[in-house]
Design a binder for this molecule. Structure first.
Ligand code: BG6
Length: 511
């Protein structure tokens, strides 16, 4: 992954590429700083980066919000977030270091005074030699607010970069709710920030196991020769969650599983699995290959048979009785929002012709698991008695994204005994066992990359638009159909999802 800015920790040998780079002088402004994402992910990740020594001395974190908070109020709030959610142990001395650089600016998006105060604060920090004029603006706010915030950043001049210094903008998903709105958003942001300064977050790309897809494929000789339609029968990408949607109605109702997760995380995973080898790991080469494969991708048809959607009803999550979506607080009782979505993609190129990619995601499913299963074709001939191979399934390579990070290879083996019986066994690689260090949280990696100016792990506008192009026909089709099929909480989704694969003579894995 390339890093264009930032400097190497002088205490470490700069030639050792395994060591992380630390960011140069800069500041980060968070809009939506009191929101869920900021409390649970962003502030804890910034604390973890401070703890790991990866932020510059005096790093400035500026919260922007409507509350009439003093610096001390913001400090208390941020300290609580860091204490409750940081990955690394909480230490007062580390906290003190971060706390010195905290600032809070009170303002609302449609009122100039807050942004004028922000501009003054940023100028002060630059003059004091804290930020070197380098600032990233993190928009952890609803997309409807992007235009007004971007206009304010433009009006006050804080989006302008001058000389050597940089200004960047970080955008959280959802990037619109369909292709047209995504284009509009890209235009709005693009009118203020050049594309190379726009960092669109897809936090799945910050996960170690997701980056490992590239290492697995392109650092080894073993897998790539069978990574194609000659050997692969189909690919299953699953992101299952056991949690429900209580408390998230404001965001989720009307959005649904496909927009929330398939448009971004799952299509990105699919692109990493299906793309050709990039010429290098520069952002340009990686994005170019992802774009090529997304351009070759298409929905399998007819959509009524190749897609499925569902909505969870009441059921059991382990030993806990849970309510259905319609009983969750804040949901319209008539809501047709899907909490389960599955689609079938094809990739029209020589490598993948005829190989379906099944993508599924759901809330309140059997357990929390994200995995990519490359399921291989059966051996063309088995020189065994049929009864001896009854227990033999297809070979599969499973990339376990979470929670048991690793890779599993499933293949057939002779069972001990006098007969030649063959059944499935598996060989496992576990991150926890092979490496002694914990994986950083996705947001640690991504926030650091923003500050370093390393864009490889951030989808660019064309990728986002291509993902919507794939998804829009499905969403239009579902919008005409009314209520999704119900599935009991704690199960593996609606019957139509099983039927979708059964029609192709296949079945979903039960991870
Ligand atoms: C988010 C979705 O992008 O990812 C959530 O909006 C989902 O609905 C979350 O719960 C899951 O993230 P992770 O990292 O826990 O798999």
């Amino acid at each position: 992954m390339d890093t264009e800015a930032g400097r190497v920790n002088p205490l470490r040998d700069p030639r050792d590429r395994r060591l992380p780079q630390i960011a140069g002088p800069c500041g980060l402004v968070i809009f939506g700083v009191t929101g869920d994402l900021s409390r649970k992910k962003l502030i804890p990740a910034i604390y973890d980066l401070t703890n790991r020594g990866l932020l510059p001395p005096g790093f400035a974190l500026i919260g922007f919000g409507r509350r009439e908070w003093s610096k001390k109020d913001f400090e208390e709030f941020a300290k609580k977030c860091a204490k409750e959610r940081s990955r690394t142990p909480f230490r007062e001395d580390v906290w003190e270091r971060l706390a010195e650089g905290l600032h809070f600016v009170t303002g609302t998006f449609d009122n100039d005074s807050g942004f004028d105060a922000l501009a003054a604060q940023l100028a002060e920090l630059e003059e004091a030699g804290v930020t070197g004029g380098n600032v990233a603006f993190y928009l952890s706010i609803p997309p409807d607010d992007f235009p007004v915030v971007c206009r304010q950043l433009e009006r006050t001049g804080v989006a302008d970069q001058s000389g050597e210094s940089w200004r960047r903008v970080v955008i959280e998903k959802p990037f619109g709710h369909d292709l047209d709105s995504a284009r509009d958003l890209n235009d709005v942001v693009g009118s203020v920030f050049p594309e190379e300064s726009v960092f669109r977050i897809d936090h799945y790309l910050g996960k170690e196991t997701v980056q490992n897809i590239l290492a697995l494929r392109f650092a080894n000789q073993l897998f790539e020769p069978v990574w194609n339609a000659h050997y692969v029968d189909h690919v299953q990408i699953t992101m299952a969650e056991d949690i429900g949607l209580g408390g998230r109605a404001g965001y989720y109702d009307g959005i649904g599983a496909a927009r929330d997760v398939i448009q971004n995380h799952l299509i990105q995973l699919m692109a990493l699995v299906a793309m050709e080898e990039p010429t290098s790991f520069s952002a340009h080469s990686l994005r170019e290959e992802k774009i090529k494969v997304l351009e070759s991708a298409a929905l399998a048809e007819p959509l009524d048979k190749t897609t499925a959607r569902g909505q969870y009803g009441a059921g059991w999550q382990g030993s806990e009785k849970v309510v259905g979506l319609h009983e969750e607080e804040g949901y319209d009782p008539e809501s047709t929002t899907e909490t389960y979505a599955a689609i079938t993609l094809e990739v029209h190129n020589r490598r993948w012709g005829g190989v379906p990619f099944y993508l599924r995601t759901g809330k309140r499913l059997g357990r929390r698991v994200t995995e990519i299963a490359i399921v291989f074709s059966r051996a063309p001939h088995l020189p065994f008695d049929e009864t001896m191979t009854e227990e033999l399934g297809s070979n599969a390579l499973v990339i376990r994204v979470q929670p048991d990070e690793g890779v599993t290879l499933r293949f057939g083996s002779k069972t001990p005994g006098t007969t030649m019986e063959v059944r499935d066994v598996s060989m496992d690689f576990d991150y926890g066992e092979s490496f002694t260090v914990d994986s950083p949280e996705a947001y640690e990696r991504l926030i650091l990359d923003v500050l370093l100016g390393a864009p490889s792990l951030f989808p660019e506008s064309r990728e986002v638009e291509l993902s919507w192009m794939l998804l829009d026909p499905v969403l239009d089709n579902w919008a005409r159909k009314g209520m999704p099929e119900s599935y009991p909480a704690g199960t593996w989704g609606p019957r139509s999802a099983d039927e979708m694969l059964a029609r192709d003579g296949r079945s979903w894995r039960r991870p």
